[in-house]
Design a protein around this ligand. Structure first.
Ligand SMILES: *Cc1c(COP(=O)(O)O)cnc(C)c1O
Ligand SMILES: [Zn+2]
Length: 421
């Protein structure tokens, strides 16, 4: 199947370009590190697709942007609703932070409750275009849950590799949706290597992040949505948490697409937020280290979804910040935990730790003067707080919120409740 609107797949290391139909996942000359970027024919796209078409579209999902995605026009898309998540104007949080314009993009509202649905939806369409019998992925939990749920919606077999330390809710999702699950007695990085080997050995379709070039393409839809929801007035700054770096690379790609098409007049600065205990990219950016030679770091953080010792999509992730003149910031687990309650109480959006980390990063950026009153800012919440209840309860403990235990038949209500209100 040749896709008319795609010019080539370009290696991020050697810049060599390959026809879409002639290459698997990575640059043959550069192996697993040779991540490919999908290059579109923007001139042709400009004549075929417009903002006007979108304003008339009744499809409120990522597929409203199908002409800008790497799939055939006639390909069937999965049934579950993916994308077009709400963008909330967060007025109380903005005044708390002395900002004029702050929005929260809530991707906890996806079908399987995380941002990863955007990528997994595209993976399924690609795998089915190739008539794959089995799709596989390694994941810290959410990419797996997304693939698992979307596979269930179309009856697609799949095999999932997750570290045994993944939060229970995420493992439960996999089992409920009927995936075959390998619980790896090791880290996400171990699960990733094992999955690559299994995909190669058994010939399975490989959805892995920072390996399959189309995952960035699914993730870029968040940038399309943000700009369209803001009436094509791109914000000044976008905050997003970073593990493997695929989401941040996707945000960047989406913005570049829109700019190329002439649909936005500037590219926002991108801020990547990492947990202090898993801050490979923050370190590399700050110390100007070479990410092709910098070894993996030991990754430990409460924000399991951004725990990645060797970020697989680090080339795209670093470019996103450098090319937009943004910054990387690192936040402690304590700051992340207090951002969970801070974000929830200030906006009604309940994020898992990795989601709330972006908000913790905004707070830090404001305190460091990287964001000022005039800036319009979007913070992406990447996952629902219900994904990780033990961490949520930990956040409440930190905020000194505890329920009051009351007997079933209280004698003196006034006395009982005097310290509750
Ligand atoms: C995967 C994930 C991230 C990080 O995305 P990367 O592409 O790995 O950088 C952040 N938050 C949540 C909730 C995630 O599931
Ligand atoms: Zn190459």
């Amino acid at each position: 199947m040749t896709l008319q609107h795609i010019k080539s797949l370009k290696c991020l290391i050697c810049n060599k370009e390959y026809p879409e139909s002639e290459v698997g996942y990575v640059c043959p000359d550069h192996g697993n590190e040779g991540i490919l970027d999908v290059i579109y024919d923007y001139e042709a796209l400009q004549t075929k697709f417009s903002r006007q078409d979108l304003s008339e579209s009744r499809d409120f999902s990522i597929w409203r942007y199908k002409p800008l995605l790497p799939v055939a026009p006639e390909s069937e898309v999965p049934l579950l609703a993916v994308g077009w998540t709400p963008l909330y104007k967060a007025t109380r949080l903005s005044s708390e932070l002395s900002l004029k314009n702050l929005w929260i993009k809530d991707d906890g509202r996806q079908a399987t409750a995380s941002f990863k649905d955007r990528a997994s939806a595209v993976a399924i369409v690609k795998a089915r275009e190739k008539h794959a019998e089995i799709i596989t992925t390694a994941s810290t939990g959410n990419a797996a849950a997304a693939l698992s749920g979307l596979c269930a919606s179309v009856g697609q077999s799949n095999v999932i590799f997750v570290p045994e330390s993944a939060p229970q809710a995420k493992i439960a999702q996999l089992l409920v949706f009927g995936s075959r699950v390998a619980l790896v007695q090791g880290t996400y990085d171990d699960a990733f290597e094992l999955c690559l080997e299994a995909a190669e050995t058994f010939g399975w379709y490989n959805r892995n992040t920072g390996f399959n070039p189309y995952m960035t393409e699914g993730k870029k839809t968040v940038a399309y949505e943000i700009c369209e929801q803001l009436n094509w007035q791109a914000p000044d700054k976008i905050f997003v948490s970073v593990g493997d770096g695929c989401i941040i690379g996707g945000v960047h790609k989406g913005l570049k697409d829109l700019y190329q098409l002439g649909w936005i007049d500037h590219i926002p600065k991108i801020y990547g937020i990492q947990a202090e205990g898993s801050s490979y990219l923050y370190q590399a950016w700050k110390n100007e280290e070479d990410i092709m030679t910098k070894p993996a770091v030991e990754a430990t953080t409460i924000a399991d979804s951004i725990s990645a010792g060797l970020p697989r999509d680090r080339i795209k992730a670093l470019a996103a910040v450098k090319e937009t003149d943004g910054a990387y910031l690192s936040v402690t687990d304590q700051e992340i935990l207090s951002a969970v309650t801070g974000l929830a109480r200030g906006s009604g959006v309940f994020g898992e730790p990795a989601g709330a980390a972006a908000f913790a990063g905004l707070k830090k950026a404001v305190s460091e003067g990287l964001v000022t009153h005039q800036d319009s800012v979007v913070v992406i919440n990447t996952g629902s707080g219900l994904k990780d209840i033990p961490s949520a309860l930990e956040s409440c403990k930190l905020a000194k919120s505890e329920p009051k235990i009351v007997p079933p038949k209280p004698g003196n209500l006034k006395e009982l409740f005097q310290d509750l209100f």
